[in-house]
Design a protein around this ligand. Structure first.
Ligand code: GRF
Length: 220
């Protein structure tokens, strides 16, 4: 992928705050990327409005118009390829992609998930974390494979879970870091620093820092 401007396609279904973070990073010159198209499976997704507000082509593809899931995904794939998209970013896209699509864009699809995978895959990850009583939660950017929320991990962020947290309060704390690590992951890929080895991601030029986070803190 090299250190040129990488062409992105972003798939969305909803409010699009991660899309916004990517747009803002690109506009601020922080990542060498360009969004060629935003595609939604929901006509009224606010993400489409966000894209259009920034002059980014945004289209709705209606899944109900296609008899089979693969036909719908083929329409998305054709649109992405016609625009020369090199990296597909799932940003709140609420559908599980079939092996057909994963294979068509093998190692070129990434997703953001609001948990420290492999803990709490699937829906309501933040609610699952609160319910379970973990003390540390967070988010993950990973490559997409056939298995849901299980592809090679690129970057993770950790946040504390407080005793009085609800799904909503924890979601908000995690979201702040989603908006930092998603653009960061795209930047690393665009710079050609990311490679997949088996189920691991190796990133060039990462300083080894010695650190740990505890919750509660060691001094209380
Ligand atoms: C985020 O929490 C993301 O981690 C999950 O879906 C949510 C999308 O939010 N995959 P937004 O549409 O980016 O605001």
């Amino acid at each position: 992928m090299g250190s040129k401007i990488i062409k992105l396609g972003v798939l969305v279904s909803g409010r699009g705050s991660n899309l916004q973070a990517i747009i803002d990073s690109i506009e601020a010159g922080k990542i060498p990327a360009m969004i060629e198209v935003v595609i939604s499976d929901k006509e009224n997704a606010y993400a489409l409005t966000r894209a259009r507000n920034h002059g980014v082509p945004a289209i709705f593809i209606d899944p109900r118009k296609f008899p089979r899931k693969e036909d719908f995904e083929k329409a998305i794939g054709d649109e992405l390829e016609a625009r020369g998209v090199e990296l597909v970013c799932l940003a709140g896209f609420m559908r599980i992609l079939s092996p057909y699509f994963v294979n068509r864009f093998r190692n070129r699809i990434i997703n953001i998930h609001p948990a420290i995978l492999p803990s709490f895959p699937g829906l309501h990850a933040q609610g699952q974390a609160v319910e379970y009583g973990v003390k540390i939660a967070g988010c993950t950017v990973h490559f997409v494979t056939e298995e849901v929320d299980a592809g090679p991990i690129i970057i993770q962020a950790a946040v504390p879970v407080y005793d009085d947290d609800t799904e909503e309060t924890l979601s908000a704390r995690i979201l702040e870091y989603e908006h930092k690590i998603y653009p960061m992951a795209i930047k690393l890929i665009a710079e050609g620093r990311v490679r997949i080895e088996g189920r691991k991601v190796i990133i060039d030029g990462v300083k080894k820092e010695r650190w740990a986070v505890t919750n509660p803190p060691l001094e209380i």
